[in-house]
Design a protein around this ligand. Structure first.
Ligand SMILES: *[C@@H]1O[C@H](CO)[C@@H](O)[C@H](O)[C@H]1NC(C)=O
Ligand SMILES: *[C@@H]1O[C@H](CO)[C@@H](O)[C@H](O)[C@H]1NC(C)=O
Length: 201
């Protein structure tokens, strides 16, 4: 990608970051230098208990998994998220930040979603990507090649809520008559869409 496009993408995402429309959910400011997550402990609010500092090792590094990215072609969404939240990168515990890498096949999307605990900023590092909504995120690869982006969050554990799964695959389900009325389509259409989301995909 040319430098100008990359800068344009950065600018758009920076705008998204400062938009006053965003949900202002963030982790609290850290009160200590670091607190490597003991992932066997029970999280409280949005943080894990600390491992003893003396036993902290390479938890501040993340694996080459993230730099390589994942194969986006082998699932129905056409995207593959390499997560670097606290559960994959214990060193960020209590630091109020994390990252993801997302790879997109041509025409791939990370279906419309929100991050309930974070604001997100992202940089397209390869290819072209459509993105419009500041609140509900709907990245879509409009190019003919694979695309990648790196995003960061002001939370160690931003969470994700997928709109399609929430509407059509939740348990207990939203009753079909409710969706018929809300979406102004027939029950068969609702049931067809519901059948696509059994099992989370
Ligand atoms: C993501 O990519 C990895 C590595 O290529 C692969 O093992 C994994 O199955 C992919 N995940 C999905 C959901 O496609
Ligand atoms: C694909 O998208 C659905 C929501 O439409 C989501 O529930 C599912 O986890 C996603 N799968 C992958 C592999 O990202």
């Amino acid at each position: 990608m040319e430098r100008s496009k990359t800068l344009a993408a950065l600018f758009i995402h920076t705008l998204v970051l400062v938009s006053p429309l965003l949900v202002m959910a963030t982790d609290p400011d850290p009160l200590q230098d670091f607190c490597v997550a003991d992932l066997n402990g029970v999280p409280s609010v949005n943080g894990y208990p600390c491992k003893p500092p003396s036993s902290a090792g390479d938890e501040f590094l993340f694996s080459s998994r993230a730099t390589m990215g994942g194969d986006p072609t082998s699932n129905p969404n056409g995207s593959n998220v390499t997560e670097l939240d606290v559960t994959h990168w214990p060193g960020v515990n209590t630091l109020g930040m994390s990252m993801n890498r997302v790879d997109f096949a041509p025409g791939g999307t990370n279906p419309p979603h929100i991050h309930p605990r974070a604001t997100e900023v992202g940089l397209v590092t390869r290819g072209e990507r459509h993105h419009r909504q500041p609140r509900i995120r709907e990245p879509f690869n409009i190019g003919k090649e694979e695309a990648s982006m790196v995003v960061s969050f002001n939370s160690q554990n931003p969470g994700i809520v997928f709109v399609p799964l929430t509407m059509f695959g939740s348990s207990p389900p939203i009753p079909t008559p409710v969706l018929v009325k809300a979406l102004r389509v027939d029950a068969q259409v609702v049931d067809l869409i519901k059948s696509k989301f059994t099992g989370g995909y």
